[in-house]
Write a protein that binds this ligand. Sequence first.
Ligand SMILES: C[S@@+](CC[C@H](N)C(=O)[O-])C[C@H]1O[C@@H](n2cnc3c(N)ncnc32)[C@H](O)[C@@H]1O
Length: 463
Amino acid sequence: MHSETLTTAEVANLAGVHRDTLLRWLREKVIPEPRRDHRGWRVFSRTEALAVSRFAETGSWEQPPLVDEFDHDIAKLHGIDWNFEGAKTRYLTHGLHPYPAKFIPQIPNALIQELSSVGETVADIFCGSGTTLLEALQLKRNAIGIDANPLACLVSRAKTTQLSDAELHEVSEHLERCKGMLSNLQANTGDLFFSGRPFQSEGWRPDAKVTDFWFLPEAVEELAEILLQIRKVESCKARNLCLSAFSAIIVSVSKQDSDTRYVRREKQTLVGTTFSKYISQLSSALGAVTELGDIIEDRFKCSVVQSDILEAPETDQFDLVVSSPPYPNAYSYHLYHRLRLLWLGFDDQEFKRTEIGSHRKYSSKGKNRATHETFANEFSKILKWLKPRLAQGRYACLVVGDSTLDGQRIDNAQLISDVALPLGLVDVDRIEREIAPTRKAFNPKIGKIKTEKILILKNGGRG
Ligand SMILES: C[S@@+](CC[C@H](N)C(=O)[O-])C[C@H]1O[C@@H](n2cnc3c(N)ncnc32)[C@H](O)[C@@H]1O
């Protein structure tokens, strides 16, 4: 991403204007000043040069900085096409588990490359499925992830953990056992069938109220059996990978409509479907994790902390934050993930209580109904915690969309920026990007939102 620099004359040439015209634009501050070299001459990065060229074409400077002092680091971000249309998003372990509203890896990748250096530490304070964490590791940075959702922490750990040869072997053996069970099930003979009666597992399963309502009996028995087999995997790292693959298939073998709709609809799940989906999911996870071992160096560490961010978790210092926070009325992870959480034996009620922004809190009829002020107060508390942990002069990049509350549009980037400033976290830029069509309609009421902003706060000034 780092590129060669251009002189004023070269930029003027590229933009198709006279050098004097370019100098006048700089003097009149209609375009920002670039950095100067040791001789005091202006040097433009390629991305800045392209921005000047676009200015020459359109007459307007795209997304100018919001503070007087134009930041060179930030200028570099303006040469990037943030829509990343057609980019591959499932490389390495990124495809291990679905996660509503996970960002495409290209976003953290670009921010990490431009705003941090090798060996530094990148934090994602709402890490979800660990997209930022994996990108940080593969770019040779250390990573810290925090999330209140226990499922997010499981997936983030599985996604960023390399397995030893012995651990990979243990997963392969477990896979072979599962394949054997599947062929028994499909042949309708063998150990898994008792005198032609449907297979029943001795494994644990969630309460019958949940399983009877949300699953067909075939799926319940197979899920319980898979879980029983996973429990026999001795290495904790290997088991986490298996649990992550197990969790990944749960919605597809349940009657839950989809990953982002918690309503029941009838679905067919034939004998063997659950085992076969699990085998296929774990096989590709195993391939991806094996590849991870070739890409990530041991010296770069990733730690994942399961905590409500409002409880001020203990962490090391970091040099950059890249995160997509929850925001009012947008998602309800405790609902989308309820069946997964219950099958994994996690406390869904605790997560429901702590989840920020959930639709449930913003649509309740009671006097405790959350408002945009609730969100502003929560963010003020989060940023107060964050500021002393983020190195001075460094950045927190927050990817947020707007919310609709009581029919009114709330600009969350502005709201966060307003609470950040008094704390000495300065809003230095906002980059607007289009959201991929598949990500627009979690909540039909806010389904029209088609863009989101990357808000960039700099830890400077007072505080
Ligand atoms: C938009 S998602 C992040 C997705 C992530 N960028 C990814 O690529 O997978 C927001 C996350 O905030 C988490 N969250 C919500 N309330 C929280 C809280 N109080 N403390 C910590 N995390 C919270 C949710 O569990 C969810 O994983």
